[in-house]
Ligand binder design. Structure first.
Ligand code: ZN
Length: 335
């Protein structure tokens, strides 16, 4: 009994082994046939549309990354999103099937939204230039503050993001540094000029806030305010400046003409009201260029020097009046 069982078992073992070997050979042959005809490959899909094949998923993803880095020309990518994320599926295709990784690459890149990051550097809140990274920006600001330690520099870094590659207008750090330094110098000059202009403005004489920016004519002072003269009954109410007949007379400040007519001993008299109770008078003129009610600007030629009225020769009698009272013009002109 035991004998029979043993023999039977031996038989089955032998048969099983035979079957296994045949199976292996068969699988091997089938596999060989398949592999001769087909090759394993990754099918790439975008939104369920097959766009092509790639040989090796990992290598392809590396290529894609390198390609993106190369095309962004050193610009810093903050993140990448896909309109449709590519999917990879391992499959067998016929060996003679052409695979075009180039096309897959192009198709995937069209689905990508790249967000770039860069850093603007501003002086007094105005952007001067930009660099690619935050550390570049921070180092540069630190350096500029050190190099210009005597100035109170208002430097700031502005973080910027864009999906339009052309908006990223960054420069290398050295170029930005030069641009910043130039801007700092430029601002210093502007500041200095502003200060000088302020000083100039402050130096301009003014009455009741009315700046007397223009001298009417240049000439020789022949009679001062308050002088006594045999041709006048009272003391002199203005300042006489002798000049040749026809010399243009400029109005000293903006205002409105309140008189432009012959006024007895004043001869042809132009009066200009400058506001705030301030008036200037121009007497003995030969010709008057303005009419009552006309607006004039400081420096406008309102009349020409003459000798009309009570006058012994061509000169300008200049009078300054505050709230109707004459004051010494040489407090403001011809000092
Ligand atoms: Zn006079």
């Amino acid at each position: 009994m035991n004998h029979i069982l043993k023999r039977k078992l031996k038989f089955y073992t032998k048969e099983s082994l035979k079957f296994l070997i045949i199976s292996f050979i068969a699988i091997g042959i089938i596999s060989a046939i398949i592999l001769i005809k087909y090759k394993p490959i990754y099918k790439v899909k975008l939104a369920n549309n097959e766009i092509g094949y790639v040989q090796n998923k990992k290598e392809f993803e590396e290529t894609l990354k390198d390609n993106i880095q190369k095309t962004c020309n050193g610009k810093v990518i903050d993140n990448i999103t896909f309109n449709n994320e590519p999917s990879y599926e391992l499959s067998l295709i016929e060996r003679n099937q052409k695979i075009s990784e180039e096309e897959v690459l192009t198709a995937i890149k069209q689905e990508m939204q790249i967000t770039y990051q860069y850093f603007e550097i501003a002086l007094d809140g105005n952007t001067v230039d930009a660099v690619n990274t935050k550390s570049e920006a921070e180092d540069l600001v630190k350096l500029l503050k050190q190099e210009n330690s005597s100035d109170n520099l208002d430097l700031s870094i502005i973080e910027k993001y864009t999906q339009n590659e052309n908006d990223v207008k960054t420069n290398n750090v050295e170029t930005v540094k030069v641009a910043m330094q130039n801007k700092i110098e430029e601002n210093k000059i502007i500041e200095q000029e502003k200060k000088e202009e302020e000083e100039r403005q402050n130096a301009i004489p003014s009455i009741n806030g009315i700046k007397l920016a223009v001298t009417p004519i240049s000439g020789t002072i022949t009679s001062r305010y308050g002088a006594k003269s045999r041709i006048r009954k009272s003391t002199h109410t203005g300042l006489d400046i002798a000049a040749t007949k026809g010399t243009p007379i400029k109005v000293v400040a903006d205002g409105t003409v309140t008189c432009a007519s012959y006024q007895g001993s004043y001869g042809n008299l132009v009066k200009v009201d400058h506001g705030n109770g301030v008036e200037t008078w121009y007497a003995h003129t030969s010709k008057m260029n303005v009419k009552v009610g006309q607006k004039v600007l400081a420096g406008d030629i309102i009349a020409t020097v003459g000798s009309t009225g009570n006058s012994t020769g061509p000169h300008l009698h200049l009078e300054v009046r505050i709230n109707g009272e004459h004051v010494d013009p040489s407090l403001y002109f011809y000092k």
